[in-house]
Ligand binder design. Structure first.
Ligand SMILES: [Zn+2]
Length: 416
């Protein structure tokens, strides 16, 4: 059997007045996802466990079939795993965003989508300008980088427990209300202040300003933790597999799960990503492996910008360029299953993530349709919450000989 998970990051949302009371999923033209719902089953599930922060780290861990309550140790350790960064026992890794602060306000948590070639020399400058501090920076993709801090008197537990606000939660707000708090906070404040001195007049920023773009004026540290321990897919499901994504976080979960990571040139994590390259890499991989997880970031990024028009474009691109060819692949054979889902809500109205139930569609071999006619939050709600423990959805797809979603046997699905 062949299995495909197609993940539209942050695709779910709430009804919007500007869309006539519809959600972006309802307003978007999605013939392929609607066909998947019609041919298969669609209902709601909860990828974010009650009380946990609704981030892509928790959401994607669930979608890979891992219970976040048991194995979540922070976002940065998953990204570090993808970069092969080994943590010593007295080290804690932090996500390090390059951001634009304007008079103490979080003007852009992406430093205006700074590119990787621009970010790399800034990270070098931070390393040479902070050689006296117990910190080491590691360059990543675009504005997303890592900082490994050595405990320096505080403990690993202290550093891990410092309250750090994800910067995408405080767009256009004064940062003074959201500075890190907890034992060891002074080290983080020193690093942020020093970064502002180093980045202040850097040539990369000068040319960005000349080009009318926002400069990267500071680092913002958050999402810290120590290395996660995930049982591998081969061990759990007896399956080989691969992951395709532009972002370190998802590739890192794949690496921790013992899956191959396939890097696709031109995968940007935004609207200009290489959809065709990702799909052909996925279908080629399925010639070798049993399972492929294909992740698309654009719906989440556009929702953080509060742009319903761009989010609808991201959803339509996902439907046309990713879901349609993958569905054609699956319907062309009798031993394949396709699961389509978001990892959480990213709401246009708040420009940030939210927990709660979101829709999935699952079709292919052994799947009995449940009567869904389209793919959206509203249509899926007609069939209730099939997986309150959302991390059980993918294992159900991977292990259930027959897939039915009759309401009365909801409990059995959770016992697999
Ligand atoms: Zn996400």
């Amino acid at each position: 059997m062949k299995y495909l998970v197609l993940l539209g990051d942050g695709m779910a949302d709430y009804p919007l007045e500007e869309l006539g009371g519809r959600t972006p999923l309802q307003a978007a033209a999605t013939p392929a996802m609607d066909a998947a719902a019609q041919q298969g089953v669609s209902a709601l599930f909860c990828p974010i466990p009650e009380g946990m922060s609704p981030g892509s780290d928790v959401g994607n861990l669930s979608m890979f079939g891992y219970n976040p309550r048991e194995c979540y140790t922070g976002r940065a350790p998953l990204e570090a795993a993808n970069q092969g960064i080994e943590l010593a026992s007295d080290e804690v890794v932090f996500r390090c965003n390059l951001v634009t602060l304007d008079n103490g306000v979080m003007a852009s948590f992406t430093a205006d989508h700074i590119s990787s070639p621009e970010g790399a020399p800034l990270i070098d400058a931070l390393n040479s300008g902070m050689a006296d501090l117990p910190v080491r920076f590691h360059p990543g993709v675009g504005y997303r980088h890592l900082a490994v801090l050595t405990t320096n008197g505080a403990s690993v537990e202290d550093l891990t427990r410092i309250a750090c606000e994800p910067p995408h939660n405080i767009s256009d707000q004064p940062i003074k209300n959201y500075l890190p708090t907890g034992n060891g906070q002074e080290l983080l404040e020193t690093i942020m202040k020093r970064s502002q001195q180093i980045l202040g007049d850097h040539p990369v920023n000068r040319s960005r300003i000349e080009a009318g773009k926002s400069p990267a004026t500071s680092v913002w540290l958050w999402g810290q933790g120590s290395s996660p321990r995930l049982p591998h897919y081969a061990e759990r499901f007896g399956l080989s597999g691969a992951v395709i994504s532009a972002v370190d976080l998802v590739k890192g979960i794949g690496r921790c799960a013992g899956l191959q990571v396939i890097d696709v040139p031109g995968a940007t994590g935004y609207l200009d990503t290489n959809y065709a390259g990702k799909v052909s890499a996925a279908l080629a991989a399925l010639e070798e492996v049993d399972f492929v997880y294909l992740h698309v970031e654009a719906p989440d990024e556009t929702a953080h910008e509060g742009r319903a028009d761009l989010k609808i474009q991201a959803i339509e691109d996902f439907d046309r360029a990713v879901v349609a060819p993958c569905l054609a692949y699956a319907t062309g054979r009798d031993d394949a299953r396709v699961l389509i889902a978001p990892d959480h809500v990213t709401a246009i109205s708040t420009r940030t993530h939210a927990g709660g139930p979101v829709p999935f569609a699952l079709c292919g071999a052994g799947v009995t349709p449940n009567g869904a006619t389209t793919y959206s939050e509203v249509e899926a709600a007609r069939f209730g919450v099939a997986f309150p423990e959302g991390y059980m959805l993918t294992p159900y797809m991977l292990q259930a000989p027959e897939i039915t979603l009759a309401a009365e046997d909801a409990h059995t699905r959770c016992d697999i």
